[in-house]
Design a protein around this ligand. Sequence first.
Ligand code: RB5
Length: 149
Amino acid sequence: MIALGADHGGYRLKEAVKKYLEEKNIEYIDYGCYSEESVNYAVYAQKVANDVANGKCEKGILCCGTGIGISMAANKVKGIRAAVVTNEFCAEMTRRHNDANILAMGGRVIDCETAVKLTDIFLNTPFDGGRHAERIAQIAQIENGEQLQ
Ligand code: RB5
């Protein structure tokens, strides 16, 4: 199950991603927004991030104008690693190295076709583990208020 969310700036990308998920028979929950009327991105970031953090959804996809604000908000939820991605290399690497669990994209930065391609890479690239697992664990330590050595 994939959790989807967007503000007005990312609405068109979210709709394109939704169409892709439907074509691939991938289940999703669409938390909105549902039009290009102006809204606040943190509302959608929180809904998607909560679902990913509590395991209801395996991954999340968030879109706003740049992908930045909505990823910042999502990353405030414990356990979330949301990555703003604008190209195929970063889509692959943020899965392989960062084990990103939310993909964030910007509707004023990339087009719908690119968003679908990045989504496809994000959903189909596994985490490499190994030395990267240790680095992910350190991110969690920071989240828990621990001092890294
Ligand atoms: C909304 O105008 C815009 O600020 C928002 O979509 C996003 O780009 C914020 O990071």
